[in-house]
Design a binder for this molecule. Structure first.
Ligand code: ATP
Length: 316
């Protein structure tokens, strides 16, 4: 079977060759960049026995961070994997190859983030749920009939189904850690509030990288987002959950953190605003009630320890 032309849409019956090719690509990638691969999977329709599909083998490779990936580009190129830089996004690095006369797309993504979680969850759902599989195949066949020469519209037509399936049939959980960062300024306690890329005001926090402890994540994220070196108090732990895009069950854990020296600087492209504010102004700045509750808990804890320290000093 020749590698399929980029923009055409032709569905063909499932072939077991797709699975063997997927497996051999997974082994080949492991042999080159296994040292940075956290997890990997053959994803999408060609990984699901019985599904008609465009004969394109989609492979997802989860890494801890994108920083170390370019080191492997030369070796990957020697093995026939082209890095198509123009198709990279901030969430994935894209490679393509032809193996066993089949097109192969390799999606390098960050482990534990939404793209990886969604790729794996949707593929698992197709494998396990016959009714989802049937509906998906009917939809694909009808879209392929309508958009035989228009791959973009075909893909857009599938997206809504994928989103709905993720929302109703899959359980995806993600976790971020950070801290309520405070500092004494002019004799008063001030709190650090940041505006992140999604536009809401909260505390510095971020996604847990593979192998990190909660405290390590919090320290790394605070450093990256604010450039501050803080002292973490892990005896304070406050956590809440929320739903992102209607299907990602996200939990955010906050410690307390203090700094005395250093100037905060917002991380380029990630943090749009940063403020050091006294309690009342910080409470006003925050967008979510859950964050306000955490800030009140932090203030209560810090006032109590201040009070105890004062009493101890008096007793001495
Ligand atoms: P992270 O900083 O953990 O890497 P992120 O920057 O990708 O994550 P979130 O802060 O989780 O994103 O925000 C994702 C979406 O969830 C945004 O639309 C945001 O407004 C919303 N969101 C954030 N915090 C809350 C909350 N406490 N309650 C409800 N929705 C929230």
């Amino acid at each position: 079977m020749p590698a399929q032309k980029k923009e055409s849409v032709k569905l063909v019956p499932f072939s077991p060759e797709w699975i063997t090719t997927g497996n051999s690509v997974l082994s080949e990638l492991s042999s080159v960049m296994g040292s940075i691969i956290v997890d990997k999977a053959h994803i999408g329709s060609t990984a699901v026995p019985g599904l008609r599909s465009r004969p394109i083998i989609d492979i997802a490779v989860a890494v801890r961070s994108f920083d170390t990936v370019p080191v492997f580009f030369d070796r990957l190129l020697e093995m026939g994997y082209f890095h198509r830089k123009e198709t990279d996004t901030e969430n994935q690095i894209f490679l393509s190859a032809v193996k066993n006369k089949l097109s192969v797309y390799v999606h390098i993504v960050i482990h534990g983030k939404t793209l990886w979680n969604s790729y794996v969850a949707f593929t698992d759902c197709l494998k396990k749920d016959e009714s989802v599989r049937e509906k998906y195949m009917q939809l694909k066949m009808s879209l392929a009939g309508r958009f035989a020469c228009d791959r973009r519209s075909y893909t857009a037509g599938k997206s809504e189904f994928v989103r709905r399936t993720l929302r109703t049939k899959c359980y995806i959980s993600e976790r971020s850690c950070g801290a309520v960062v405070w500092k004494i300024r002019g004799g008063r306690r001030h709190y650090l509030i940041i505006q992140n890329r999604s536009g809401h005001n909260g505390f510095p926090k971020g996604h847990m990288e593979y192998g990190e402890t909660e405290a390590e994540t919090a320290l790394r994220e605070i450093k990256e987002e604010t450039s501050l070196d803080v002292t973490l108090d892990t005896s304070f732990r406050a956590e809440y959950r929320y739903l992102v895009d209607g299907y990602i069950h996200k939990s955010a854990l906050y410690f307390l953190a203090n700094y005395s020296d250093g100037v905060f600087k917002p991380q380029k492209g990630e943090v749009y605003g940063i403020w050091l504010l006294p309690l009342e102004e910080a409470l006003e700045k925050l967008d979510y009630e859950q964050d306000r509750r955490i800030l009140r808990l932090a203030e209560k804890r810090l006032s109590q320890s201040e009070h105890e320290t004062r009493n101890q000093k008096r007793r001495l």
